[in-house]
Ligand binder design. Structure first.
Ligand code: ADP
Ligand code: MG
Length: 332
C-alpha cells in the first residue's frame, strides 16, 4: 500500500499526526489485482452497507470489462480484433479511451495506454524482468503510441493501425473504477465515504464528521510505517505510483514497472509520485505521468492546471533524509 488512510490506532503516539475516526461501514473486495475498500460514515448502517456492496459489485464488473488478463473481457476482445477491423466500444469505456488519448497529448506521450508491447519486451507482465536487446525495444516502439489508434467518435469504434498493438489500462483503470463507485455512492446520497483501490487511488466523498477531510498518509519509501506527507482529502482523489514492491530487479539493478514510452526504457529518477486531482481517473493517470516526467515537468503542468497537486519523492544519491517536493499546495 502506497497511500493509506491514517487510522486512530495505527498511527498513535504522535499527537501531531492527524487521524480519522472509525467509520460506520467498512467493506472490501479483491479486484484488479488489489483489494478495494469502501468506508462510510452515516446513521443507517444496513442501507449504507448494502450500497457499499453494490458499489464493490460494480468494480468487479469493471474488472471483467477492463482486464487484459481475462479472455472474455472487452479489452481482450479489442486487443484480439482491433488491428483487423474497427471494434465497437461500450460508451463509458469509449469515453475513458478518449480521456486516455487527451492525457497522452497533455503529457507529451509519457502516459500511453498502448504501452503493452514494451511491458512485454521487458518481461514485466511475467514479473520476471529481462534486459531486451535494443532491436526488440525498437520493434516494440513501432507498435506503441496513441497516434496509431483510431477512435471514431461517430461510430464509437476503435481501430489499431498495426498488428501486435494492445491496450493496457493498468495506469488508469483502478482510478476509473474508483470514480464509478463514487458516482454510484453519490447517487445513493452518501455524504461521507472513502473508496480506496489498495492504496493506489483513493477518492474522498465529503469528510468524516467534525474533520476537515479524510487524512491520507503518503508512505515513506524507506519505512512503511511512516508517512512523508499527510493530506486532508475532501471531494477529490489522490493516486500514487512507484510502490517499492513493484520494482523489478534485472542483473542486480532495480527497474520500475512504469515504462517511458518515449524511450522504450523503464522510467528513472523517481521513487514515488502522487497526484491529487478532482477525479481518480485523472489522478491515477497523472501519478503515472509524473513518475515518468519528473519534477520540472510536473511544475509546468500544475501552472496550467490549478486543480492538480503533486507530492514527489525524487531518487537521491545520499542516504540523507528523504527529499519530498510538494507542488501546488498552499506553500508553493
Ligand atoms: P499501480 O498500478 O502500481 O498503481 P500505476 O498507476 O503507475 O501503478 O500503473 C502502472 C501500470 O500501468 C503498469 O503496470 C502498466 O500496466 C501500465 N503502464 C506502465 N507504463 C505506463 C505508461 N507510461 N503509461 C500508461 N500506462 C503505463
Ligand atoms: Mg496510474
Amino acid at each position: 500500500m502506497y497511500a493509506r488512510l491514517l487510522s486512530t490506532s495505527a498511527d498513535s503516539g504522535d499527537a501531531a499526526i492527524p487521524t480519522n475516526p472509525a467509520p460506520d461501514v467498512s467493506v472490501s473486495q479483491p479486484a484488479m489485482g488489489t483489494l478495494f475498500e469502501i468506508l462510510i460514515y452515516g446513521a443507517d448502517a444496513t442501507n449504507l452497507s448494502a450500497a457499499a456492496r453494490q458499489a464493490l459489485a460494480l468494480i468487479v464488473e469493471l474488472d471483467n470489462q477492463l482486464s487484459r488478463w481475462k479472455e472474455g473481457s472487452e479489452i481482450s476482445y479489442i486487443n484480439r480484433h482491433a488491428a483487423e477491423e474497427p471494434v465497437r466500444v461500450e460508451p463509458q469505456l469509449f469515453d475513458l479511451l478518449l480521456r486516455s488519448r487527451e492525457l497522452w497529448r497533455e503529457t507529451g506521450g509519457a502516459f500511453d495506454i498502448t504501452v503493452a508491447p514494451l511491458v512485454k519486451a521487458w518481461g514485466f507482465y511475467k514479473k520476471e524482468g529481462r534486459l531486451p536487446p535494443q532491436k526488440e525495444i525498437e520493434a516494440a516502439l513501432q507498435i506503441v503510441g496513441m497516434n496509431r489508434v483510431r477512435l471514431d467518435e461517430d461510430a464509437g469504434t476503435i481501430r489499431f493501425d498495426k498488428p501486435g498493438m494492445e491496450l493496457d489500462l493498468g495506469g488508469i483503470g483502478k482510478g476509473f473504477a474508483v470514480d464509478r463507485a463514487v458516482e454510484f455512492l453519490r447517487s445513493c446520497k452518501i455524504e461521507a465515504a472513502l473508496v480506496n483501490s489498495g492504496g493506489s487511488s483513493l477518492y474522498a466523498i465529503g469528510s468524516p464528521p467534525g474533520q476537515d477531510g479524510w487524512h491520507i498518509g503518503i508512505r515513506d519509501p524507506r519505512d512503511e510505517e511512516k508517512s512523508v506527507a499527510v493530506i486532508a482529502l475532501r471531494d477529490g482523489s489522490i493516486s500514487t505510483s512507484g510502490a517499492p514492491e513493484k520494482v523489478l530487479e534485472i542483473e542486480g539493478k532495480p527497474y520500475s514497472h512504469i515504462l517511458d514510452p518515449r524511450t522504450g526504457f523503464p522510467a528513472k529518477g523517481m521513487v514515488s509520485a502522487s497526484a491529487v486531482a478532482p477525479s481518480a481517473t485523472d489522478s491515477d493517470a497523472l501519478s503515472t505521468s509524473f513518475y515518468v516526467l519528473g519534477a520540472d515537468w510536473t511544475r509546468a503542468y500544475y501552472k496550467k492546471h490549478a486543480e492538480v497537486k503533486a507530492v514527489l519523492i525524487p531518487e537521491q544519491a545520499s542516504e540523507a533524509k528523504v527529499k519530498v517536493l510538494t507542488i501546488n499546495f498552499n506553500s508553493n
